[in-house]
Design a protein around this ligand. Structure first.
Ligand SMILES: *[C@@H]1O[C@H](CO)[C@@H](O)[C@H](O)[C@H]1NC(C)=O
Ligand SMILES: *[C@@H]1O[C@H](CO)[C@@H](O)[C@H](O)[C@H]1NC(C)=O
Ligand SMILES: *[C@@H]1O[C@H](CO)[C@@H](O)[C@H](O)[C@H]1NC(C)=O
Ligand SMILES: *[C@@H]1O[C@H](CO)[C@@H](O)[C@H](O)[C@H]1NC(C)=O
Length: 301
């Protein structure tokens, strides 16, 4: 049984809802602009991080301390310009020291402070691993250099197989990029998260960072161009509700496998689906109702 099902978590959420003083829970109030209608997804519990870089909020993350990885990241899509920045990986000092300034900090070249190591994933967790660092909020979906750099915090990263990260999941990020650039006229809110294994948790080698079985993503673009081509008819205002495999050994009920895909990418398929279908799978796995967007992104902006 994972911590998601623990009644204590729900008590904490309920308590946290009216008492934002709960020290560990954090607060999305300073970064509600990254959520459609200022309404963060409902149903998942964790530590709330307003991701701050060079004194500006860049996106929001629901972080799981026991997993040392995020449950979802939420951000505003902006059409990218320029190249992916050279990554300097960062951590969140406030997870290690509650009173700390919330700006993310680049890992030092030498040893890392033990409180930081205890409170979150560090670069060592991912080195010599069979998993790559998978961005939930990808650098590709941002315009400014600073917004792109800010995605390189390990609190925005999950262990993701190269076959997914460099294959179908990357293709999805590019499809979303192209679709939103072409047809989204106003803001596009994106939420990207993970689905944990149902029974046996998988971990990175030293048992510190939990591996997700699937990644999911959905966008909400309330103000869009109505003259959509036929193949995009059902993709607005909300879609690319998508689930991507992160394990070729997973069963095929949620995402079937394309047996003729290139061997490198085989078993890492992404299936696009309506938001309702995605929420059904989330409810199934988290054993609680999960709502990604306010009124399923049906209203106006
Ligand atoms: C993302 O969209 C921008 C703007 O249309 C385009 O220039 C860029 O090539 C796209 N990037 C990828 C990787 O699809
Ligand atoms: C909407 O899309 C159509 C067809 O692709 C295009 O001709 C038109 O200029 C677009 N309108 C806006 C406001 O972008
Ligand atoms: C899939 O199963 C095989 C055989 O049990 C195992 O060797 C392999 O590590 C598994 N792959 C993953 C990604 O867990
Ligand atoms: C399966 O993968 C092959 C090779 O990439 C591709 O040509 C084909 O369209 C895919 N089939 C489906 C159903 O996605």
């Amino acid at each position: 049984m994972s911590h998601f099902y623990s009644p204590a978590v729900f008590v904490l959420v309920f308590f946290g809802a009216w008492c934002l003083c709960a020290a560990d829970v954090g607060d999305f109030a300073p970064c509600l602009q990254f959520f459609y209608m200022s309404w963060p997804p409902k149903g998942l519990a964790g530590t709330l991080i307003c991701q701050r870089y060079i004194n500006q909020y860049r996106f929001a993350t629901l972080y799981s301390r026991p997993r040392r990885s995020p449950l979802f990241s939420a951000y505003l899509y902006t059409a990218p310009a320029g190249k992916r920045p050279l990554a300097s990986w960062k951590y969140e000092p406030q997870l290690a020291y509650p009173g700390a300034d919330g700006n993310m900090i680049t890992f030092p070249p030498g040893p890392v402070d033990q409180n930081v190591v205890d409170s979150q994933a560090v670069e060592m967790d991912y080195t010599h691993s069979t998993y790559s660092r998978g961005h939930l909020n990808p650098s590709l979906h941002h315009q400014s250099h600073e917004d792109r750099s800010a995605t390189f915090t390990l609190t925005n990263v999950v262990p993701q197989k190269e076959g997914s990260n460099e294959g179908p999941w990357k293709a999805l990020e590019q499809i979303v990029n192209k679709t939103l650039v072409a047809y989204c006229l106003g803001r596009a809110y994106v939420v990207t998260g993970i689905i944990p294994y149902q029974t046996e948790e998988h971990w990175l080698k030293n048992h510190r960072v939990a591996v997700p079985e699937y990644l999911w993503s959905a966008y909400c673009c309330p103000n869009y161009n109505n003259s959509l081509p036929k193949e995009l008819k059902d993709t607005f205002p909300t879609y690319a509700a998508a689930i991507g495999r992160n394990d070729p050994n997973s069963t095929e009920e949620i995402v079937p496998v394309n047996k003729t895909a290139k061997i490198l990418f085989r078993g890492y398929d992404v299936r696009q689906m309506p938001l309702e279908t995605l929420e059904m799978y989330l409810k199934d796995r988290f054993s609680t109702v999960v709502s990604v967007f306010y009124e399923q992104c049906s209203g106006s902006d």
